[in-house]
Design a protein around this ligand. Structure first.
Ligand code: GLA
Length: 733
């Protein structure tokens, strides 16, 4: 650290000496500050806008002007390595943020500073806009930096426009172009597939470009989610290290280019994927990119996550600061095989269990090609009269009679070739006109770039909700990727990937205008669509179809770096061979639900679930709205442990699980807690015990927060106690 700041000082001194007085007078420094951090941009005599800093905020903002515009002036031949938005076709030699073909066919672009201004929306939200213009072409880009001060979150996007005589083609159109000065960068990325989402990988970035991207069109996170972390110097851990979190607010193809340049600094270019997506922009129209979200923490990944969670609950996830419904889903329990009688029975099981809502999954619709398996019916959103002759409204009434709410599954963006919709509107389907169809789960994707298709999708949802105003919940699924990407509707075929998502968002905007509060779960064959773009419209997401609790511990752990527990729908199912207690406890670390045949539970297991739901209802506010501290990482230990602490620090809920079957795997030493108040005293009591189980924890002893965070507490996790839930309650003298 010491040698680094010395190095910077040396450079700034040399800068003062080397740069003529005239250019210093023309320097514009643009700091974008949050409570603890700052991005600093600089404009000098050449009017190039450069990013000179992203890190801890300085006490005296006048100091920002002393940051040199280049950390190595000698070997940046182009002077563009740290461009705030790197154009291509002029001096640039590296990965561009933007690349265009002008109306006259010319490929060059240069972007010079024109002006900037700061709009203050509230004491905690400021938007800095910087206008850049090409000196030769009538082409401009506005860089937008929205700072959420209290959470240290910065959103960045760009607005591209021109007044050339004819349309311009955009070949690349990033949302953000960041430049991190450093020596060594560690990338944490995530990889996966169906039922194995969010597998982490951490690697040292070497020179050249590492690209994280998706080209799937829909269900774009099947193999890779649009999130990553960059640690500086060494891989950050929960409590120490400098780390930048990045996420794109976009449900379509994305692309992150991470380029370690010849000066050993990191260029980050993030945005929609430009793959097969050249975009033709008419004169005097705006092309606005989705926002790239970043948060920087100099105190490890734990702090970074908590900042993101707080921000997301307040500003991004629909009703993030509100409440959620516990539920019983029937997918694992019945699959497509149900009828009215079976469902009415499930309503009473829902009540018996003690959850709020029954969620009817796939299989309730389509008549000509009934949805009795996954190869027919998608698109025909009429109730299947053979299975459910009295319709959805009758089911809702029956659910109410049983004392529970009713919700329903829908997959409105999709169509099975065996459907009336496909027969009537083959031109609404994404497919190549002259080639064989190729299916993902026997289905195809509707062309949401077409306004008529948007209306159809909207009406499918609106029809359900307006006919059934008491419908209390929607699970919105999206199971297929886009193969044979071709829109019969669009004139510019390469607009499909982008216009699909814009079409989807315009449908969701319309739905949310009319139905602002109905809870909706974002599902995509598991976690195929978990991103902050979609979460503006959804109250929760489905992390994975894999509900084996042992796998779920890892999956939920990794999602928790980026998304708060309130948004994570966790269901207890029959996957895996863990006890009902283990399964339920794992699902409690988020929004609890069930997908089991309640009547198959033995009386002890049923009683356990009923009591656990009661206990959950008492502590759920701390899990949903509190601060999460990951205590013991299951990737590196025989157990996983984490704690949620409410904002008043008067209650904590600690979950600990054994994740290894090896001999001797147990908690041999205390686990140090986090997030408590050192000055407070806490009672530690074990909750969620099996009927008849006596706890090994003495609830009569009190401990100071100081003790619990420095000495720790042993939850006594071992082969006989694989799952332990502890409740910490402040004891006032
Ligand atoms: C997807 C979802 C499941 C379930 C099925 C129904 O796979 O992830 O939860 O809803 O579809 O077909």
């Amino acid at each position: 650290m010491c040698s680094k700041s010395f190095f910077f000082r040396l450079l700034s001194l040399s800068f003062v000496f080397l740069v003529p007085v005239l250019s210093i007078a023309q320097t514009v420094t643009i700091p974008i500050e949050t409570k603890h951090n700052a991005i600093v941009l600089k404009v000098e005599n050449g009017k190039d806008v450069q990013m000179v800093y992203y890190g801890k905020r300085l006490n005296n903002s006048n100091d920002y002007s002393s940051i040199p515009s280049k950390f190595n002036t000698i070997r940046d031949y182009s002077g563009m390595l740290n461009s705030a938005f790197t154009p291509s076709g002029t001096r640039n030699l590296f990965e561009p943020a933007i690349s265009v073909v002008h109306a006259d066919g010319n490929l060059s672009l240069d972007l010079k500073y024109v002006s900037h201004n700061v709009e203050t929306y509230s004491p905690n939200i400021k938007l800095t806009k910087i206008i850049l213009k090409d000196p030769v072409y009538d082409f401009s880009v506005t860089l937008c930096y929205q700072a959420f001060l209290e959470f240290d979150v910065i959103k960045q996007w760009s607005i591209i426009e021109h007044s050339e005589k004819k349309p311009v083609v955009l070949n690349k159109f990033a949302s953000a172009n960041l430049y991190l000065n450093g020596k060594i960068f560690w990338l944490k990325q995530f990889q996966g597939d169906w039922a194995s989402e969010m597998k982490p990988e951490e690697t040292l970035l070497t020179h050249g470009i590492k690209t994280l991207d998706s080209k799937l069109g829909t269900r774009t996170n099947l193999f890779q989610p649009p999130v990553f972390m960059i640690s500086m110097d060494y891989p950050a851990n929960e409590e120490s290290g400098s780390v930048l979190f990045g996420a794109l607010e976009w449900s379509g193809n994305f692309r992150f280019d991470l380029e370690v340049d010849p000066l050993n600094n990191l260029r980050i270019i993030a945005g929609m994927n430009n793959y097969a997506s050249a975009y033709t922009l008419k004169p005097k129209t705006k092309f606005t990119t989705p926002a790239f979200i970043s948060v920087f923490s100099s105190n490890g990944v734990g702090e970074g996550s908590r900042k993101l969670h707080d921000w997301a609950r307040k500003h991004q996830i629909l009703d993030g600061e509100g409440s959620r419904l516990t539920l019983l889903n029937n997918w694992e329990a019945t699959n497509f095989n149900f009828n009215e009688e079976k469902l009415v029975e499930l309503f009473s099981q829902t009540k018996k269990l003690g959850v709020d809502l029954f969620l009817l999954d796939d299989g309730w619709f389509a008549n000509k090609y009934p949805r009795n398996n996954d190869n027919a019916g998608l698109g025909d959103w009429q109730v299947n009269t053979a299975k459910l002759p009295r319709g959805v409204s009758w089911l809702i009434e029956e659910a109410h009679k049983a004392g529970v709410k009713f919700g329903i599954w829908i997959e409105p963006e999709m169509v099975n070739p065996k459907s009336e919709l496909y027969e009537k509107h083959p031109d609404w389907v994404i497919k190549q006109p002259n080639r064989d169809e190729y299916y993902f789960r026997n289905q195809l994707v509707l062309d949401l770039s077409n306004p008529k298709v948007q209306d159809f999708v909207y009406e499918s949802i609106d029809g359900l909700l307006s006919k059934n105003p008491d419908l209390a919940y929607i699970k919105w699924d999206c199971n297929a990727v886009i193969y044979n990407a071709h829109s019969p509707y669009l004139e510019n075929k390469s607009h499909l990937y982008i216009d699909y998502v814009k079409g989807l968002y315009s449908v969701l905007d319309k739905i949310r205008n009319k139905y602002p509060t109905i809870p909706m779960m974002l599902c995509s064959g598991g976690g195929g669509r978990v991103d902050y773009g979609a979460l503006k419209y959804f109250t929760e997401y489905w992390p994975s179809d894999n509900t084996d609790p042992l796998d779920r511990i890892f999956i939920q752990w990794e999602y928790s770096y980026f998304y708060p527990a309130i948004a994570s729908s966790n269901h207890v199912t029959d996957w895996g061979n863990q006890t009902i207690k283990f399964r339920t406890d794992v699902a409690m670390m988020g929004k609890l639900g069930f997908d089991i045949v309640v009547n198959n539970l033995n009386s002890n297991d049923l009683l356990y679930c009923q009591n656990a739901i009661k206990a959950y209802n008492e502590v759920k506010n701390t899990i949903w709205h509190g601060d999460q501290y990951r205590l013991v990482n299951p990737h590196k230990n025989d157990l996983a442990s984490l704690v949620y602490v409410n904002k008043e620090k008067s209650e904590g809920i600690m979950f600990s699980f054994l994740v290894s079957n090896r001999y001797g795997a147990e908690t041999i030493s205390p686990i140090r807690l986090s997030g408590l108040d050192v000055t407070k005293k806490y009672k530690v009591e074990e909750i969620c015990l099996m009927p008849g189980q006596s706890s090994l924890i003495d609830a009569n002893v009190t401990y100071s927060g100081d003790y619990l965070m420095n000495i720790g507490f042993n939850p006594i996790v071992n082969g006989a106690r694989k799952s332990v839930v502890l409740k910490l309650t402040e004891v006032k003298k």
